[in-house]
Design a protein around this ligand. Sequence first.
Ligand code: F6P
Length: 371
Amino acid sequence: MANFRRIGILSSGGDAPGMNAAIRAATRRALSQGFEVMGILGGYSGLLGAADESDPDVVRQRYLRPLESSSVSNIVTRGGTILYSSRCPEFATPEGMEKALRACDKYQIDAIIAIGGDGTFRGATDLTNHGIPSIGIPATIDNDISATEQTIGFDTALNTALGLFDALRDTAESHARCIVTEVMGNKCGFLSLYLAIATGAISVAIPEVSFDRDYAIRKIRQAREEYGKRGIIAICSEGMPKVNGKNYGEDFKDEIIRETGIDTRFTNLGHTIRGGNPTLRDRLTASQMGVEAVNHLLENKSNLVMCVHENRITSCDINYALTLDHMYKDKLVDGELDRFTGFEIAQMKAHCVARRAKVERLYQMAYNICM
Ligand code: F6P
């Protein structure tokens, strides 16, 4: 049994639908086990703000709010996060950590559940190293945490985008236009890739696979000239590099017009796919992860990130997850692998190979079946 009393919960980084479901599940599981729960507002900046604030009303309003069972009523259906979110560069500095620890001490926050992406997990592992046991829950629409097959919010963003693509197709069809559509995802192409397959996009450009623009243009020309296709949708992931200072998708749109003469527009779905009511899958995954995160803390386990592996909820060490991510994204720094055993390194390599193969397979599939 854990030797602490109060668990802090925060969400940080880009919000993702399902964060609320995780907050609700973790809160209610913790309360049911006799713990108190403190909602930390605005991610890590809530901790930093609380450290130096002396007015309890201000603390409660802006930084820290005790959570009861009723505080999380009716939030499972809602996108966004009732705890708010932010990106907090100050937290990564020694002064930031000093403030965070001071806040934990002052408000007797003994452990933290941090919901977000890789930046959030770096914060969580730093806290663990400084004596505040922490657990990460992966929530980002990008699905870019290599250690888990699914991040909370990914499924909802896909389903939200589906509706938007269907609408785009109506207008593309009516005007016999091509629409190049940019989709969020940071440096990760999963959102774009899944959507290309599910919406029948004629081409998809993602950072992980080299994009053959000439081939895509030929396909677009052929669709129009040989098959008489009126509405044509091309997808371009946000993470594609700029071309001569121009957004990749916009530049591709210009090239389509130049090379085919097809009336073409560029549109960016942007943040529209980050909100909205979470899907069943996200609610369920988030709820399971919220409960399991608390269970881990109860068993005195920490510095873990919750994962989905082969449709089961599991967990792995945060440092392992972060390094695996670096390996997958070719961002390993000198000596980073030194702390891991040969077996763990081999496991990470195999994981990266399998993940890359999955992307490659889906990419080929998109090109094979979409027109
Ligand atoms: O990580 C989620 C995400 O929406 C990415 O897809 C995107 O690159 C980024 O956040 C946008 O961040 P912001 O909302 O801070 O502009």
